[in-house]
Write a protein that binds this ligand. Structure first.
Ligand code: FE2
Ligand code: FE2
Length: 545
């Protein structure tokens, strides 16, 4: 049945036809055949993720594919380090190990050097001047690091990160992407633990993320282009043409109507993604957007975004808040992108600005805590974001306070975990109360090793690892935020609940899940206090006049 449909569509498109891109075409960004996320772009974190995550998962799979297959089927293991090929394709994974070892040889050398440098500091930096250790820095890192002590005389180092990007350790030839169509929310399995092997429905395109061809492709979402030109642009091999042709349609998309009211319109797109518009300005927070296909669960999709997005706001550097497949698709529309400033060269806190620059984004504005940027009818202030990073010193995280000329004020608190209400009391004393608060209550979170494990020099004891989690606010922490900022509207969001995000979210809630219990309690508290509140799911539109 599907094949007939496919043939029908192909028959109707000729090289001379004007075509549009189908709204359900996925661009899946890859780095060395693995789903690309931020730690695979910055060279040092990429090196350690290849060495300590990818190669180890693949080696474990070829040793025991059936254990992986069983783990993938077990809902309790969702998001774990298991390859999802049903115990099959073992030879291809073995070949992938070899390819990685060859293609990523420089990065593996960098990963090795980082561990050697750490060892050098632990054994030889005993409180004396560090100058004499410089000649002993492993060769790949020479000229790329500064050695320092903290005030307890513990030695460490920082990268000159902009220079690191200028070495052989940043190779955008390792970037590529998959193109394929999806038709339902269940079509994709979890992407972060399984390398991408070829399949018949997927076109692999070997281009770096900065390639302007990506923008040209996505321009065809709303501007038609001759199919023959597109074919040429992507220099397709003959055997790929059938697949490629099917990514296009002659049917134009529906026209987006820009907000024309005199207030502020906010629309929830799922997870932590919110679009805020006035007639002059559009702001998109933590872009994660659903593709367009027939579904029972109503949601906003790419077709519901304005022609240009004036400001993209990024709250923090986690996979569900910096999603390249959405960001690359929107790159051509984004005028400015506002990112939190990192602490400058520490391994666990790569710079988002450098990362975005190297993958082809322009006008990247770094914002620090309590710093503001003013635009036509809006002031955006970065508020401190506390916790949710397993007590690691990660600074590239901000809550965004957005104040419009209309008087409307909103905070996007994302996953900030209010472990210190005194902090937000002090913040409120500066910025005042707000009208609306978007608040993340994923209060269970994965343990430290799930995200940061490959960067650790030593494994942490299980009980300690379990205690340090990527967790947002619980009931008490959320309630304290509400009492401080006194908003009229509370939106619990960033819960990873939307079914179309299963490919990046390893969360499956039941009524007994802690984030559901805690957020239910919060909604009840808000009801008692007469505050309008809702745990967002799917879509939501609110106009503030
Ligand atoms: Fe997070
Ligand atoms: Fe999150």
């Amino acid at each position: 049945m599907e094949n007939t449909l496919l043939e029908k569509t192909i028959e109707t498109i000729t090289d001379l036809d004007q075509v549009y891109l189908k709204p359900n075409l996925v661009l899946e960004p890859l780095f060395d055949n693995w789903y690309a996320w931020a730690h695979l772009i910055s060279p040092a974190t990429a090196a350690l993720n290849i060495k300590e995550r990818h190669l180890k998962i693949m080696a474990s799979y070829i040793k025991n594919p059936r254990i992986h297959a069983a783990a993938v089927r077990n809902p309790k293991m969702l998001g774990g380090p298991f390859i999802d090929y049903d115990g099959q394709r073992v030879d291809e994974i073995a070949a992938a190990i070899q390819t990685t070892e060859e293609k990523c040889a420089d990065l593996l050398e960098l990963g090795e050097a980082i561990h050697e440098l750490n060892q050098l500091l632990r054994t030889k930096a005993q409180g004396y001047a560090l100058a004499e250790l410089y000649p002993e820095i492993p060769e790949p890192l020479q000229g790329l690091v500064e050695l320092v002590y903290d005030l307890n005389h513990q030695a460490s180092f920082r990268f000159f990160e902009p220079l690191l990007y200028q070495t052989k350790f940043y190779q955008d030839a390792l970037q590529s992407f998959n193109l394929f169509l999806i038709d339902d929310d269940d079509a994709r399995s979890f992407v972060l633990s399984t390398p991408k092997l070829p399949d018949e429905q997927t076109l692999r395109v070997n281009l770096p993320f900065k390639s302007k061809k990506i923008d040209a492709l996505f321009d065809c979402i709303d501007q038609s282009r001759q199919y023959g030109e597109l074919k040429e642009l992507f220099e397709l091999e003959e055997q790929d043409e059938t697949l490629f042709r099917n990514f296009f349609t002659k049917t134009p998309p529906s026209n987006y109507q820009r907000y024309q009211g005199d207030g502020v319109l906010t629309r929830y797109f799922g997870h932590a993604c919110v679009l805020v518009e006035t007639p002059q300005t559009s702001i998109l927070v933590d872009p994660v957007v659903s593709y367009g296909y027939d579904t029972d669960l109503s949601r906003y999709t790419y077709a519901d975004l304005p022609e240009t997005i004036d400001y993209v706001l990024i709250t923090h550097n986690h996979q569900d808040h910096v999603l390249f497949e959405t960001l690359l698709r929107l790159r051509r529309k984004i005028k400015n992108i506002i990112v939190p400033r990192s602490n400058g060269g520490s391994l666990q806190d790569p710079s988002l600005k450098l990362m975005f620059e190297h993958i082809g984004f322009e006008n990247i504005i770094e914002l620090g805590e309590m710093e503001s940027v003013s635009f036509d009818d809006v002031v955006i202030t970065g508020l401190p974001f506390i916790g949710e990073h397993c007590d690691l010193d990660v600074r590239s995280k901000l809550c965004h306070h957005v104040a419009f000329q209309t008087g409307f004020k909103v905070i996007f608190a994302a996953d900030s975990c209010n472990v210190s209400p005194q902090l937000y009391q002090r913040v409120k004393d500066v910025v005042g109360e707000v009208d609306a608060l978007f608040l993340g209550m994923e209060c269970e979170g994965a343990p430290l090793s799930w995200l940061y494990g490959p960067l650790l020099y030593e494994k942490l004891a299980k009980d300690k690892d379990e205690s340090r989690r990527l967790a947002g606010c619980n009931y008490n922490q959320s309630r304290a935020l509400i009492d401080i900022f006194n908003p009229q509207n509370i939106f619990v969001y960033a819960m990873g609940m939307e079914p179309w995000l299963k490919y990046i979210s390893s969360i499956k809630y039941t009524d007994e899940s802690l984030p559901i219990i805690e957020s239910d309690k919060l909604l009840e508290y808000c009801r008692e206090k007469g505050i309008e509140s809702e745990r967002l799911f799917g879509e939501k539109i609110i106009e503030y006049r």
